[in-house]
Ligand binder design. Structure first.
Ligand code: SAH
Ligand code: SF4
Ligand code: F3S
Length: 453
């Protein structure tokens, strides 16, 4: 009797780079005949693609493993085996410890090694081996990954990975390794493949994406702005975004690109972490707040309607009420379209975890609450300002209500609209009629079954 197709379930935690890695994992496993499933109980292989950035994210993995154990045991009663894989940044940081703490785990694999997963699955299944691979291999995973075959209207492409900046709170340099930029040719090829499968929008990813300096054919370094220009030429691709940027790498040509390149969306995610120069120094961020303000002024000059986003940490060691007020003031002055904010989480192996003047948890939580109240008001204000405007919306998926499609505005806001199913995947003009903090409601212009693209 022919063996049923094997099924793969992946749960992705953490950042967009992990989402990209999960997409690639489906492609790698697709090559050896695996199909994806959304039902963990149906899966022969369960992968947790994990995040180590804050304690909560890392600990979540172990509670999930507890649940997987129950499912795996149930499957065993039916004679079905389950291979359990911990991938991603917790895998990289904790390695072998995971095998000791969670006996059901078969394979632990870091973010630079997942192209080898098919071999490891074979060894785990056939020889009942438990495997740990957390090397930063010299053979780059990108050279071993298959072509892009995933069908997604919006997709990620990692163009730069790792980090050499060593902010004192951050695990990324340890979990992802040193900074590496992929060659231009590889990225253009990936974009073409995705566009052929229907991708309309790509987001170029990097831990410090604007530090990108990948080589062209002649081996010369190319900036992110020039890479965006090249990618913008790919036929079928309509929209380009990039994230995450670092203030120190915000070059003039990237700012200009927001004026010049039509496909580049008016959105910039530029984390500042703290509004206090003293705290920035302790964080090893290596820039001052005045410089950050000046960058944003220039960005707004180049593209007045740009939506700004940021990351903020509150309660970093040594943060006083005044330091926090400086953060609040900066937010009041800039006015963000949206933002991510967190209380500081001490991470093993980082310098800040050893600093003496740790802020008490309840103080940090209270500050975070005040900050988030302000950010929510700003987000709502930004969304309200869109009411009455006609915006081009890329319709990406079905909404919860019958006949509803959901898409994104150029400013990355979710927009709900009643529209025929055939409009899926198109960019259509929508009049914004209402808003909540998290999304907009729009109406198709009557005469406009006209397609913008
Ligand atoms: N490379 C990006 C950020 C990557 S990590 C940059 O330099 O801005 C994503 C976000 O997680 C960070 O911007 C920071 O706000 C948050 N973060 C990182 N480490 C953290 C920690 N130890 N505690 C709380 N938040 C943290
Ligand atoms: Fe982490 Fe800093 Fe590197 Fe960003 S720049 S990934 S916060 S070390
Ligand atoms: Fe988390 Fe690793 Fe991304 S630690 S934020 S998944 S780079």
């Amino acid at each position: 009797m022919p063996r049923a197709v094997k099924k793969l379930f992946v749960k992705t935690y953490g950042c967009q780079m992990n989402q990209y890695d999960s997409d690639r994992l489906f492609e790698v496993m697709g090559e050896i005949g695996f199909e994806s499933t959304d039902e963990m109980a149906q899966a022969d292989v369960v992968v947790l693609n994990t995040c180590h950035i804050r304690e909560k994210a890392a600990e979540k993995v172990y509670s999930d493993l507890g649940r997987i154990k129950l499912i795996r045991n149930k499957r065993l009663q039916n004679g079905e085996e389950t291979t359990v894989v911990v991938a991603g940044c917790v895998a990289q940081a904790e390695g072998r410890e995971i095998l000791a703490r969670a006996p059901i785990v078969n394979i632990v694999i870091g973010p630079q090694s997942y192209h080898r997963l098919p071999d490891y699955i074979f060894s785990a299944e056939q020889h009942k081996q438990r495997i740990v691979d957390t090397d930063f291999p010299t053979d780059l995973k990108f050279e071993h990954l298959p072509g892009r075959s995933i069908k997604k209207l919006t997709a990620f492409i990692t163009v730069q990975e790792g980090c050499d900046k060593f902010c004192t709170f951050c695990v990324v340099p340890y979990t992802r390794g040193g900074e590496y930029s992929r060659p231009v040719k590889e990225i253009v090829k990936e974009t073409i493949e995705l566009a052929r499968h229907g991708t309309k929008e790509i987001t170029l990813l990097g831990q410090n994406v604007n530090a990108y300096h990948g080589a062209n054919k002649k081996g010369q370094p190319v900036s992110l702005a020039r890479l965006i220009k090249k990618v913008a030429k790919v036929e079928g691709l309509e929209r380009i975004r990039y994230t995450t940027s670092h203030p120190n790498d915000m070059s003039d040509d990237l700012i200009e690109a927001h004026k010049e390149i039509e496909k580049l969306m008016p959105y910039l995610h530029l984390p500042f972490q703290s509004g206090s120069d003293k705290i920035l120094k302790a964080m090893n961020r290596d820039h001052k707040i005045d410089k950050y303000r000046e960058i944003l002024e220039r960005v707004r000059e180049a593209r007045p309607d740009i939506a700004l986003s940021t990351d903020i940490i509150v309660g970093f060691p040594g943060e006083t009420d005044q330091d926090f007020e400086d953060t609040m003031q900066l937010v009041r002055d800039i006015k963000y379209a949206q933002a991510y904010s967190f209380t500081y989480s001490p991470r093993p192996g980082t310098t800040a975890a050893l600093m003496e003047d740790q802020v008490e948890k309840h103080v940090a939580s209270e500050r975070l609450q005040r900050l988030q109240t302000l950010l929510k008001e700003q987000q709502l204000e930004f969304n309200r300002a869109q009411i009455g405007k006609k915006l081009p919306i890329l319709l990406e998926k079905r909404g919860r209500e019958p006949g509803q499609l959901v898409g994104r505005s150029p400013y990355l806001q979710l927009v709900h609209v009643i529209a025929p199913d055939e409009m899926m995947g198109r960019i259509v003009e929508v009049e914004i009629v209402d808003t909540t903090r998290n999304s907009l409601a729009g109406e198709l212009k009557k005469a406009q079954n006209k397609e913008l693209v």
